[in-house]
Design a protein around this ligand. Structure first.
Ligand code: PGA
Length: 251
């Protein structure tokens, strides 16, 4: 099977709309001027407040647009929340769900994450479900049971394969520490197996991204692993040259 790749920039809470415009213009320039593998898709997830400008600047470019979160109801009395139809209307295609910062800082539970996955799919947004273990969980040999639990509860009863998984070891996010390619591959193979059990043969073709301090200098080696289909990039996605260099690491 021909392996496909997806590189997604997670900008987190960085960039006013004006700052975002500058970065997006540079990304568009670089993507137009550079050479990229045909197997590669690119997406960026700016903050909500930059999405409208991003959508207009990315028109006619190969870079897709994603959001960093959503709420699981289509409308109503949910002060401060953003619904799937609001994102669709802006031209958003992907949505990150269950990032470890949302789980730990905003107490998002596996149950809520499950509802968000369903809501995204119902509105034809592609969820990027984030899973990963903490350092203490890894050191006590629980990485697979934690990740397995996160995936099983998020995907319970879900048959729609419009879905991307991102494995992000919590101890590697924003720390400069990366899982070795072998460590990452081991978890990706474990996730692949769960997807195959749930989605049968179609699970073999689903994107499983690695996230956690992926940079231009370690991307190629990670992306070469058989079950790594791309990356969810935080810090390095805020520097246009670095983000595009990661894209160019796809052979
Ligand atoms: P990082 O973040 O690349 O800065 O480690 C990744 C993420 O949190 O998605």
């Amino acid at each position: 099977m021909d392996k496909k790749y997806l590189i997604v920039g997670n900008w987190k809470m960085n960039g006013t709309p004006s700052q975002s415009s500058v970065l997006i213009e540079e990304l568009v320039q670089r993507v137009n001027g550079g050479h990229f593998s045909e197997k590669l898709s690119l997406a960026i997830c700016p903050p909500f407040t930059s999405l409208e400008r991003a959508a207009s600047l990315l028109k006619n470019s190969p870079i897709a647009l994603g959001a960093q979160n959503l709420y699981c109801e289509p409308e109503g009395a949910f002060t401060g929340e953003i619904s799937p139809p609001m994102l669709r209307d802006l031209g958003v295609g992907y949505v990150i769900i269950g990032h470890s910062e949302r789980r730990s800082i905003f107490q998002e539970s596996n149950g809520l994450i499950h509802r968000k996955i369903k809501a995204a799919q119902e509105h034809r947004l592609t969820p990027i479900l984030c899973v990963g273990e903490t350092l203490a969980e890894r050191e006590s040999g629980q990485a697979e049971s934690v990740i397995g639990g996160q995936i099983r509860s998020a995907l319970e009863g879900i048959g729609d394969r419009n879905l991307v998984i991102a494995y992000e070891p919590v101890w590697a996010i924003g720390t400069g520490k990366t899982a070795t390619p072998e460590m990452a591959q081991e978890i990706h193979a474990f996730i692949r197996n769960l997807l195959e059990q749930q989605f049968s043969k179609e699970g073999l073709a689903m994107h499983i991204l690695y996230g956690g301090s992926m940079k231009p200098n370690n991307a190629a080696e990670l992306l070469r692993q058989p079950d790594i289909n791309g990356g969810l990039i935080g810090g390095a996605s805020l520097v246009a040259g670095d983000f595009m260099a990661i894209g160019q690491a796809v052979e």
